[in-house]
Write a protein that binds this ligand. Structure first.
Ligand code: SF4
Length: 297
């Protein structure tokens, strides 16, 4: 697949977010070559008239000056003293980061300002930044979540065409955790009828425990308009027998509680069985445990 990289400076680095457990989001790239079939960002890209559907991930915007802009913005207490989420709209460790090193620069800037932050990624490239992540974890509260919706090879190959194998992510998680970094796993999105069987979920939770995950959180698939069409097209190609049931389950963006609740309960029970902590909690640096902000797992 041919990918176009557009080097475009940004005017702002941090975007405000409402109704989440973080106040600002930070995305050094727009567009994501991982091209997961369920990617919820397609819906936003479609609304913004940017490449979506099958074209999503073919044109990546690189915010070449984001580190300088972020350093400037972090002078403001409203930014510096908030929680910043990295990677909520694109993967911060997609291949372009190997060359541009923008995520790395942003981590250094956040650590220097002692701004708390969390990262979510499917990219094993995060291992390259073990040094700055360890340094950051000694200066501020932070966490890194690796998305591993499943360890089923068939489901992974068909739904995440551009990602490295999920076991690579879990191995990187282990290296970071062993280095004292607050690293955990996101089992999301769980796909009804494809990756929600109890033995599939237990395989992921057990692997997380065996590799030192400090927390796990999970979430079932959500299909907003713009994402829904592409996902259902891929489903029709790969698992046509599931199309009618998905049509019924996803008449609205969120599957009914009768589907999502058993998934959540099962993962909660597995977390208890394998003694794994709570959702994405940030962990305070050892020297700053007086800060009343964080619940360690
Ligand atoms: S890695 Fe994340 S941002 Fe990238 S395509 Fe997959 S779900 Fe979307």
């Amino acid at each position: 697949m041919r990918v176009e990289y557009r080097e475009e400076p940004c005017k702002i680095a941090l975007s405000p977010v409402k109704g989440m457990h973080f106040e600002w989001s930070l995305n050094p790239y727009m567009g994501c070559v991982h091209r997961c079939t369920f990617c919820y960002v397609r819906a936003f890209e479609q609304r913004a008239d940017r490449p979506s559907g099958t074209a999503y991930g073919t044109s990546i915007r690189v915010k070449t000056n984001i580190v300088e802009v972020l350093r400037r913005e972090l002078r403001l207490p409203s930014r510096r003293e908030a929680h910043v989420a990295i990677g909520s709209a694109t993967d911060p460790y997609q291949p372009a980061e190997g060359q541009y090193r923008l995520t790395r620069g942003c981590i250094e800037a956040l650590a220097a300002a002692r701004t708390r932050f969390s990262i979510i990624t499917r990219g094993p490239l995060a291992l390259r930044d073990l040094d700055v992540l360890r340094e950051a974890s000694q200066r501020t509260a932070m966490s890194i979540s690796f998305s591993v919706p499943t360890l089923d090879d068939d489901v992974w190959r068909k739904t995440e065409p551009g990602t490295a194998h999920p076991r690579q992510r879990i191995k990187v998680l282990q290296r970071l955790s062993e280095a004292g970094i607050h690293a955990g796993l996101s089992i999301a999105p769980v796909l009804p009828g494809l990756s929600d069987r109890p033995e599939q979920l237990e395989t992921v939770v057990k692997a997380a425990r065996d590799h030192g995950a400090r927390f796990i959180w999970c979430g079932a698939l959500r299909l907003s308009p713009g994402t829904r069409e592409h996902f259902l097209e891929c489903l029709a190609r790969d698992w046509p027998e599931l199309l009618p049931s998905y049509g019924a389950l996803y008449a609205r963006p969120t599957a009914p509680r009768s589907v999502t609740q058993p998934i959540e309960s099962l993962v909660a029970a597995l977390k208890a069985k394998y003694s794994i902590g709570d959702e994405g909690a940030l962990r305070a640096p050892a020297s700053e445990e007086q800060l009343p902000l964080f619940a360690a797992s």
